[in-house]
Design a protein around this ligand. Structure first.
Ligand code: KG4
Ligand code: ZN
Length: 347
């Protein structure tokens, strides 16, 4: 039995983990050594196939994963200069994400773990984003305050130890990435919205008055639905009256409103908890305006900031390997009946 073989598996500190990620439109595989060193990382995106639909089409994403997965995994192992015999464990995103897409990665990972008789590590995509900061960064140790800002989640988290998290606040409605995507749509920008809003904002001014969210009274919670509606109402109002408006100014003003509050709350959390180290993860952390805001405010407040490079903020498998290593050290292995889950708790 697979479970019996894995039960007494000997944990190695410098374990080589093959990580697989297929929760959305990226088929990704990476090989990580000792939890922090990236030996290889490969990402094949089906993004271009979704553009004409204005968002990810689950069926198209699943089919793309099916054709890409073995190529991407083989490429990752080969680029690491290894063979499958050198892999100590397989980590895989089991949730959150598109069920059909996740199932491709989970099935592939199960087959590999079973045939190689090595542990199968179930990894939460959300925790993967938070663990991206550990990669190629030997000095980072908990405790720290982490900002999670992706297409599905927005939260400020007090990371007390490698596996102990306290959620200080999260979004009450839309995630910040979701708000970027929806605003992109009303501005006539194509999918993926976030980077396109950022690009348009560069030529605009922060000149459109938009509501600043939950300032002071909301604790560490966020609400992006009101901000998104204010942008939609502004555009519709201008169009109905036949008045000219600057799309770039709308993008810039929205970006300010969406991002400033995140930076402000992160700094507040550091002061309240007396923790002066900050990390961040999730696709929105690839946003240059947010990165500069965090850099400036952390510097002013003598807070150490560890931002992962942009490519480790958006979806990738290296972050799944980093979080997988933490689970590996805890002996958190799955049996061969591991299932994919569309939703997982933030914790
Ligand atoms: O982490 P991620 O790749 O996938 C999820 O786990 O959700 O995040 C995707 C989100 C999308 O909403 C996308 O528009 C946003 O991150 N995003 C950005 C930028 N790059 C990606 N938002 C603002 N500025 C960016 N440069
Ligand atoms: Zn993600």
């Amino acid at each position: 039995m697979y479970a019996d073989k894995i039960k007494d598996f000997k944990i190695k500190k410098d374990a080589v983990i093959l990580a697989i990620e297929s929760s959305c439109d990226e088929t990704a595989a990476a090989v990580i050594k000792g939890g922090r060193k990236i030996l290889s990382s490969k990402i094949l995106s089906s993004c271009a196939e979704h553009v004409k639909f204005g968002g990810v089409v689950p069926e198209i994403a699943s089919r793309a994963h099916t054709t890409a997965i073995s190529l991407v995994v083989e490429d990752a192992v080969k680029s690491a200069g290894l063979t499958l015999a050198d892999i100590d464990a397989v980590a895989v995103t089991y949730g959150a994400g598109l069920l059909g897409a996740l199932l491709v990665g989970v099935s592939y990972a199960k087959t590999l773990a079973y045939s190689l008789s090595i542990p199968l590590i179930p990894v939460s995509h959300i925790r993967g984003h938070l663990s991206a900061s550990y990669l190629e960064n030997e000095s980072l140790q908990p405790p720290f305050i982490s900002l999670l800002a992706s297409g599905g989640h927005t939260a400020i988290i007090y990371v007390k130890s490698y596996s102990e998290y306290e959620i200080l606040g999260s979004t009450l409605d839309d995630a910040v990435g979701e708000a970027f995507d929806k605003v992109a749509r009303v501005l006539g920008l194509s999918y993926p919205g976030g980077p396109n809003v950022e690009r348009l904002a560069e030529s605009g001014e922060n000149a459109v008055k938009l509501p600043k969210m939950l300032k002071g009274e909301g604790g560490y919670n966020f609400s992006y639905s009101g901000l998104k509606t204010a942008v939609i109402n502004y555009i519709h109002g201008k169009e109905q009256k036949g008045e000219e408006y600057s799309r770039a100014d709308v993008a810039c003003s929205f970006q300010h409103a969406a991002v400033d509050i995140l930076v402000e709350k992160v700094i507040e959390a550091c002061k309240e908890k007396g923790v002066y180290v900050v990390t961040a993860g999730g696709g929105v952390v690839a946003n240059g305006f947010l990165r500069r805001g965090l850099e400036e405010q952390c510097k002013q407040n003598k807070i150490i900031l560890h931002l992962p490079p942009k490519w480790l903020c958006t979806d990738n498998a290296a972050m799944i390997g980093a979080e997988g290593y933490i689970q590996y050290l805890n002996g958190n292995f799955a049996d061969i009946d591991l299932n994919a889950k569309a939703r997982v708790e933030l914790k």
